[in-house]
Design a protein around this ligand. Structure first.
Ligand code: ZN
Ligand code: ZN
Length: 284
């Protein structure tokens, strides 16, 4: 009777199975040695972060004289100033030199080259892998974050540094203590291993994680921000994390809203963006 459900000999070749294969073949053919290097995931994460902070910081510097950018800022009347950019950039550079660079060198020395599978993941496995790693990361950070706010010693020693800025801007994303940076780096590395993700899925999760973490702190409510794309308020994103920096006892989860709903710590700030029509009516 088990034969009834035995699908091992049935070839269910859905079209999505091969959607990522051409891109994966191309990457393997042209960049195999770089992709196999244990340094690659670190370089990918660091370069994504540097690119994003360069982009957002340019917007921050243009915003005061460019109303079309400034209207998307959460705190339109308070601008990002050079001393804050330098200060956050200094700690970011320090963290990269003292923690990330040695960790990368250690990986390069002791980790063997990563074997690359010939087959690409199916699109469904790829998307579910990125989503699964993000959901787990969200829970891990929620717990870590809540504990580091509720226990005074943990807050003062490890997390207070991140709260030096009430108004966030992209460079605040990694304005972190070494312990917080290590915890975040560990979950980003371990979660794809837990879910046995394909390396393409792992790298996509790393890039996505840097993207949404930076978006949380960017200070802009753009129409393409994740909380505007994900329905039912499931994604907290930039507005809720900005509210956390204003009211630190609320919104502990970095991305999704459900843990704060369940834990009674959710706070939904009103959208700061005033539609252009309303602004005209008010004569501004
Ligand atoms: Zn933050
Ligand atoms: Zn916090």
């Amino acid at each position: 009777m088990h034969r009834l459900f035995d699908l091992t000999n049935v070839s269910l070749r859905l079209p999505e199975d091969s959607l990522l294969q051409p891109s994966w073949d191309f990457l393997q053919q042209h960049y195999q040695s770089s992709l196999r290097s244990p340094l690659f995931p670190v370089l990918l994460s660091v370069s994504t972060y540097l690119l994003l902070i360069a982009l957002y910081t340019t917007l921050d510097l243009l915003a005061p004289s460019w109303p079309k950018i400034n209207r998307y800022r959460i705190h339109q009347e308070r601008h990002v100033v050079w001393p804050n950019i330098w200060r956050t950039l200094c700690l970011t550079t320090y963290n990269h030199l003292v923690f990330i660079f040695p960790a990368a060198v250690a990986q390069w020395l002791w980790r063997p080259p990563i074997p690359l599978p010939l087959k690409a993941p199916s699109l469904a496995a790829f998307l579910m892998g990125v989503l699964g790693c993000t959901v787990i990361f969200d829970f891990q950070y929620y717990l870590w974050h809540m504990l580091h706010h509720r226990i005074g010693w943990l807050y003062r020693t490890f997390h207070a540094v991140h709260h030096q800025y009430n108004d966030t801007f992209s460079l605040v994303t990694q304005y972190l203590s070494g312990w917080e940076l290590f915890s975040v780096g560990l979950w980003t590395t371990v979660n794809p291993l837990l879910l046995q993700c394909h390396c393409l899925t792992t790298w996509a999760f790393m890039v996505f994680n840097v993207w949404v973490s930076t978006e949380d702190h960017c200070g802009y409510d753009f129409p393409w921000a994740m909380h505007n794309l994900v329905p039912f308020g499931l994604w907290g994103g930039v507005l809720k994390h900005d509210a956390h920096h204003q009211k630190p006892g609320t919104n502990f989860a970095p991305f999704f809203s459900h843990w704060d709903w369940l834990g009674g710590t959710a706070y939904s700030p009103p959208s700061p963006i005033v539609p252009i029509k309303d602004k005209k009516n008010k004569g501004t």
